[in-house]
Design a protein around this ligand. Structure first.
Ligand code: SAH
Ligand code: SF4
Length: 369
């Protein structure tokens, strides 16, 4: 099997080059060919010595996960499905706006964390994506947008908000983040790359040390009682610990703030009292809120909060002094909105049986085991 060069960040590629008896600056050159020009053909890397090109041809390859489909929504959102093997596929969404182009990237095939309102969580978990499969999403979409060849639609921001929990795949995630920031690769600034987590506290601390990009935390409830049900990882890392981890994170990312994501579920977490409790909860954390109107999927058991309720909730937070935005739902017609990414997952966690039993029962989805 050839070595997949998409698995390496700059340091990893230099180390591999050293093993091949090549100079580290050659690694930087090859990195630029691969990630900036979107080149996967070593013979086209013309400023590289022929002997090295031949070595690469014999031992290496640039192999992203192949594209299974590429759908364009009426609003310009574009959803890609990538084949990650053995019947699994993950989704990546490009969201063009006037002043930016955001790519929403997946980190796992499925997710093991079972948040009650999430379609990915509902499907079960298969495996972590490799670094090549994570950065390969950028590589592929860049090529599809024509940016690698100097096209005008470019990826200016990356959010790890697709399928999976990025911090549950830490070791493969970090080299991919480093490539996103590397001037010889995608050259994005630290604040334009956002990792979204459901709150895996020890991994938040590790990320702060390894690569302190912007952090979004999926909060979704103001109390442990409710959050235990909606975001079950809360039972392991309850709110007090999560808030302390957010404060520690910001020590490594000065002048930053935490973005708290909050999915608005009708009559579940959207009351005035919930808004007030949130303000109290986050009082010591420099933050802003991003309210996400719930995106329904079949048999979810939840409803989206009415628009008026979302507005009032947002106003309460704003009056309490916290910058609050409400996420526009994009790509509705192609099921590309937050929480609707389903891809294709062969569940190896054998949770589906439990889930379907639970769904068949008389209770709502809030009654978690
Ligand atoms: N696993 C990570 C990142 C992926 S989910 C996390 O949980 O943060 C990205 C965001 O979409 C999270 O805030 C998640 O809670 C939210 N989300 C999940 N399902 C949703 C749905 N059906 N409607 C709206 N947002 C949803
Ligand atoms: Fe996993 Fe995030 Fe979905 Fe929760 S919301 S199940 S952590 S992808």
């Amino acid at each position: 099997m050839p070595v997949n060069l998409l698995d390496f960040d700059a340091e990893g590629l230099s180390a591999w080059f050293a093993q091949q008896g090549e100079k580290p600056f050659r690694a930087r050159q090859v990195l630029r060919w691969i990630h900036q020009r979107g080149e996967d053909d070593f013979t086209a890397m013309t400023d590289i010595a022929k002997s090295l090109r031949e070595k690469l041809l014999a031992a290496a390859a640039v192999s992203p996960a192949p594209t299974l489909s590429d759908k364009l929504s009426d609003d310009g959102t574009r959803k890609f499905l990538f084949d990650v093997g053995n019947g699994n596929a993950v989704e990546t969404v490009f969201i063009p706006e006037d002043d930016r182009g955001t790519l929403c990237v997946s980190s796992q095939a499925g997710c093991a964390l079972e948040c009650a309102f999430c379609s990915t969580g509902r499907q079960g978990f298969n495996r972590n994506l490799s670094t090549a499969e994570i950065i390969g999403q950028l590589w592929q979409v860049n090529r599809a947008l024509g940016s690698a060849a100097g096209g005008e639609r470019t990826i200016s921001n990356v959010v790890l908000m697709g399928m999976g929990e990025p911090l549950a795949n830490f070791d493969n995630l970090v080299p991919a983040l480093r490539l996103m920031l590397d001037d010889n690769a995608y050259g994005l600034s630290r604040r334009r790359v956002t990792v979204s987590t459901s709150g895996i506290v020890p991994a938040m601390d590790r990320l702060a040390e390894a690569c302190p990009v912007a952090l979004a935390v999926s909060l979704h409830a103001p109390t442990d009682g409710l959050r235990d049900k909606l975001v079950p990882i809360n039972r392991k890392y309850p709110l007090a610990e999560l808030m302390a981890a957010c404060r520690r994170y910001l020590v490594h990312a000065p002048r930053d703030f935490i973005t708290f994501e909050y999915v608005m579920l009708d009559s579940v977490n959207d009351s005035d009292a919930d808004a007030r409790a949130l303000l109290h909860l986050v009082r010591d954390v420099p933050c802003k809120f991003n309210l996400i109107p719930f995106n329904p999927f079949p048999a979810s058991g939840f409803r989206r909060s009415p628009a008026e309720r979302v507005r009032r909730f947002a106003n309460l937070l704003i009056e309490g002094g916290v910058v609050t935005t409400t996420r526009k739902t994009r790509g509705d017609d192609i099921d590309a909105a937050c929480g609707q990414l389903a891809g294709k997952v062969q569940d190896r966690s054998r949770r589906t049986v439990v889930m379907s039993r639970r769904l068949a029962g008389p209770h709502t989805r809030l009654e978690m085991q």
